[in-house]
Design a protein around this ligand. Structure first.
Ligand code: SF4
Length: 378
C-alpha cells in the first residue's frame, strides 16, 4: 500500500525518504511543497530530482479528503463536510475575524464522551481520524482559502487552529501529536504554540502527556461548578473529577505557552446558568488555577431537549465572574445560519450506537448548589 504523506510530521517524512534511499534534507523540500505550497501532484515539485519524483509516484500519495459540501454563512464563516469513508463524515469550520482566521478541526468521527449538550456526543463514536485526515482538513482549507480570498504570495488564510471540532482530541492522542507538530513546524504551517489550541473534556493522563510531548494552548470544557452536575453533563467527570482536573491544569501550566487555561462553559437555561453556579465556579477556581472563562451560548439542536440561556442571564453570570476578578468573555455565535456554531458539528445526527436515544431519554439531575436535589426531565 502506498504511504499517505499527509500522515507524517517532518521526522516521519525524513524516515520515509531514507527508506527510499534519499537524503533527509529532501524531506524538508517535500514537506514545504506539501504544506506551504499546497502541491498535490509530485510533478509540481520542480526542484526535486526526476528520479525522486518517479519513486514517490510509486511509493506515496497525497490523499486529501473528499469535500461533500461547503456552506458559507452571511458572516463569512465557512463549513466543510468531509467524507472519511464508511458512511462517516467530519466537519471543519473557518471563522474569519479582523485580525485572524481560525480553523476549527475535527479529530474523530463521532465522539465517545457523550456530553449532553453536544450534537456530536449524541451521534456516538465511529472511529479515530488518522494524522493525515486531521491534517487534510487544514491542508485543504488553507490552500482553498488562499485561492478564494486571492491572498498575496506568503499571506496565510489560517492563523489559528482550534482542535474543537468533532471528537475528543486527547482520546486520539497518537494521531493528534504528529498533526500538531506539522502545524507548528516552520517548514509546515509555522503556527506558534499560542495559536494552536487543544480543547479537552478533561482526559487527565493525556493532559500530562501533552504537556511533555507538545504543549500548545489548552482549553478545558468545564460546563459545571460541581462534580454532581458536571458528571451529568460531561460523563468523563466520573472518571476524572474536578479536583483531579484542576490539579492537571496546574501541572499543564508549567509548560503551557500561555499562563492561563481557558475554561469553556456552555450556558444551559435552568441547568448551570444561575448566580449560585457562578459563585460556585468562583470558589472552584479562585486562588487554585490561573484561568479565563469563555461562556458559550448553547446552540439548541432538536434532540437535546435543552435551551439556550437568555442573554440577560448570561450577562449576569459573567458579571459574577468578572466581579471576582476572573477574565470572562461571552463567545459570539458565528455561522448560526449554517449550524457551524460550537456543539453543532454533527450534521444530521446519525446514531449507530444508540447513544443518541440513551442521552435523549435520560433526565438531567439538577442538584442545587445548596444540597437538596430535584430531578428534571428534559
Ligand atoms: S463536547 Fe467534545 S468531548 Fe463532549 S461529546 Fe462533544 S465532541 Fe465529545
Amino acid at each position: 500500500m502506498t504511504a499517505n504523506l499527509l500522515d507524517f510530521d517532518l521526522d516521519g517524512l525524513a524516515a520515509f525518504c531514507e527508506r527510499l534511499g534519499e537524503k533527509r534534507f529532501r524531506a524538508t523540500q517535500l514537506f514545504r511543497w506539501i504544506h506551504q505550497k499546497g502541491a498535490s501532484d509530485f510533478d509540481e515539485m520542480t526542484d526535486l530530482a526526476k528520479s525522486l519524483r518517479a519513486k514517490l509516484k510509486t511509493a506515496a500519495e497525497l490523499r486529501g479528503l473528499k469535500v461533500l459540501s461547503e456552506q458559507a454563512s452571511s458572516d463569512g464563516t465557512v463549513k466543510w463536510l468531509f467524507d472519511v469513508g464508511g458512511g462517516n463524515a467530519v466537519e471543519s469550520v473557518f471563522i474569519p475575524e479582523d485580525d485572524r482566521g481560525t480553523l476549527c478541526v475535527s479529530s474523530q468521527a463521532g465522539c465517545a464522551v457523550g456530553c449532553r449538550f453536544c450534537s456530536t456526543g449524541h451521534q456516538g463514536f465511529s472511529r479515530n481520524l488518522t494524522t493525515g485526515e486531521i491534517l487534510a482538513q487544514l491542508w485543504f482549507a488553507e490552500h482553498h482559502l488562499r485561492e478564494r480570498l486571492r491572498l498575496a504570495p506568503g499571506e496565510r488564510a489560517i492563523t489559528n487552529v482550534v482542535m474543537m471540532g468533532m471528537g475528543e482530541p486527547l482520546q486520539n492522542y497518537a494521531a493528534l501529536v504528529p498533526a500538531l507538530r506539522v502545524m507548528l513546524d516552520d517548514h509546515g504551517y509555522g503556527l506558534s504554540r499560542r495559536r494552536v489550541t487543544v480543547s479537552t473534556s478533561g482526559v487527565v493522563p493525556m493532559m500530562d502527556r501533552l504537556r511533555e510531548d507538545c504543549p500548545v494552548a489548552l482549553a478545558v470544557s468545564l460546563h459545571a461548578p460541581t462534580d454532581a452536575l458536571r458528571s451529568e453533563l460531561v460523563p468523563l467527570n466520573r472518571k476524572y473529577p474536578l479536583a483531579e482536573l484542576i490539579d492537571a491544569c496546574n501541572r499543564y501550566l508549567e509548560a503551557a505557552p500561555r499562563d492561563f487555561i481557558t475554561f469553556e462553559y456552555c450556558m444551559l437555561d435552568g441547568v448551570n446558568d444561575g448566580p449560585e453556579h457562578a459563585r460556585a465556579l468562583v470558589d472552584l477556581v479562585r486562588g487554585r488555577v490561573q484561568c479565563k472563562f469563555n461562556l458559550i451560548p448553547f446552540n439548541p439542536f432538536p434532540a437535546s431537549g435543552l435551551k439556550r440561556s437568555p442573554r440577560e442571564r448570561v450577562q449576569a453570570f459573567a458579571e459574577v465572574l468578572i466581579q471576582a476578578g476572573i477574565v470572562t468573555t461571552v463567545r459570539k455565535t458565528r455561522g448560526d445560519d449554517i449550524d457551524a456554531a460550537c456543539g453543532q458539528l454533527a450534521g444530521e445526527v446519525q446514531d449507530r450506537t444508540n447513544v443518541h436515544k440513551r442521552l435523549t431519554r435520560q433526565p438531567i439531575r439538577i442538584q442545587p448548589i445548596s444540597g437538596e436535589s430535584r430531578q428534571e426531565t428534559r
